[in-house]
Design a protein around this ligand. Structure first.
Ligand SMILES: [Zn+2]
Length: 120
């Protein structure tokens, strides 16, 4: 899987898209936060190959503590995205479809972070 980290030059928002999200063709054109056409690619990662990284005990302990300290932040972001994703416009359509995608991203990220926490 290829994941691309994108940033909006207008609102500075950063988000990640995977090739399943954009069907392996073009990256999204519009910012998921402000909707503007000002996206740049920050980084592209190919996760189709497996690799291993090593951390020192100090790095591992610091990362473990940091992930623990920021748990509430991640839960808050997921909850906020879920709540905004429920809002409908006057036609009964989802008002912020990008926020629904963001909630899915947070679900995936929280699950991966929990896997990392098991390893640390
Ligand atoms: Zn933006």
């Amino acid at each position: 899987m290829i994941k691309i980290l994108m940033q909006c030059e207008s609102c500075r928002g950063v988000f990640e898209v995977s090739n399943s999200f954009f069907n392996g063709k073009d990256t999204p054109r519009f910012c998921t936060f402000c909707g503007k056409d000002k996206l740049i690619v920050l980084k592209e990662n190919d996760y189709s190959r497996q690799s291993t990284i090593e951390l020192t005990l100090d790095q591992s302990a610091t990362l473990s503590t940091f992930l623990l300290m920021t748990t509430k932040y991640r839960e808050g972001e997921l909850e906020a995205c879920r709540e905004l994703g429920k809002e409908l416009d006057e036609n009964g359509n989802i008002k912020y479809p990008n926020i629904v995608a963001n909630a899915k991203w947070w679900e995936g990220a929280i699950s991966i972070i929990e896997e990392i926490q098991e390893l640390l």
